[in-house]
Write a protein that binds this ligand. Structure first.
Ligand SMILES: [Zn+2]
Length: 234
């Protein structure tokens, strides 16, 4: 029964420390970093797209004005040389404004392109990460499922043992197990208790040797149930 309990404990530990847990945790850390970057880039792309549209609208407006000015010059309907000069100055100023705006627009477009490229790559990496996490989670679930099956087999075996052993002995074992860190019963191997690893003195050993086989023995050092075996050297 102690060995069954040990195995169940080992299986629980193995389930808790499956390598996939740590791998998923690590990937999720990468993922949250990428996720932050994605949100950042999406905000930038959206801000810069809006900005670019605004400049685009400004360019359109200034172009329309230049068109009107040009038309007035072309029709020759301008009265005075002063007015003509004024319109020509305006045309130069409008052209300068358009060129400035177009430079600005170009800069935004270049920025946008860089941001969009990075955003695409971040999105691809996020997808890849999701796939890897998904695959690891399936692996982990499969392994955990196998462990669960093994645990259930051992619990069934334990139930069979509980049914077969005297109730008092089972109670004593459970109590001893609770008191001694999960090891309630220990074998006596070469005069030493496997629970506390202490060698028993000759007097105690003599007493054990004289005890009837059906008597439940205790380790005089740690108090665990002591199981006599063929290796006990009694
Ligand atoms: Zn002991």
């Amino acid at each position: 029964m102690q060995s069954v309990d040990n195995t169940v404990g080992q299986l629980a530990h193995r389930k808790k420390t499956l390598p996939q847990h740590a791998q998923i945790l690590e990937l999720n850390q990468d993922r949250s970093q990428l996720e932050r970057r994605r949100v950042e880039l999406e905000t930038q792309v959206s801000d810069h797209t809006r900005e670019q549209r605004r400049i685009d609208a400004d360019v359109e407006q200034v172009r329309a004005r230049r068109e009107r000015t040009q038309q007035r010059l072309d029709t020759g309907a301008v009265g005075s040389p002063k007015e003509l000069e004024g319109l020509q100055h305006e045309l130069v100023a409008l052209n300068r404004r358009i060129s400035t705006l177009e430079d600005e627009e170009l800069e935004f477009m270049e920025q946008l392109e860089t941001e969009q490229t990075e955003l695409d790559s971040v999105r691809t990496r996020l997808q890849e990460l999701d796939q890897r996490v998904g695959a690891l989670a399936s692996e982990r679930d499969l392994a955990a499922g196998d462990i669960d099956v093994a645990v259930q087999q051992h619990l069934d075996e334990r139930a069979r043992l509980v049914g077969a052993l005297p109730e008092q002995l089972v109670t004593a074992y459970e109590k001893s197990r609770a008191q001694h860190g999960g090891i309630g019963a220990a074998a006596l191997v070469r005069r030493a208790c496997e629970g506390c690893r202490l060698e028993l003195n000759a007097g105690d050993l003599g007493e054990l040797t004289r005890s009837p086989v059906e008597e439940v023995l205790r380790c005089p050092e740690c108090g665990r149930i002591l199981v006599r075996t063929s290796e006990s050297s009694l």
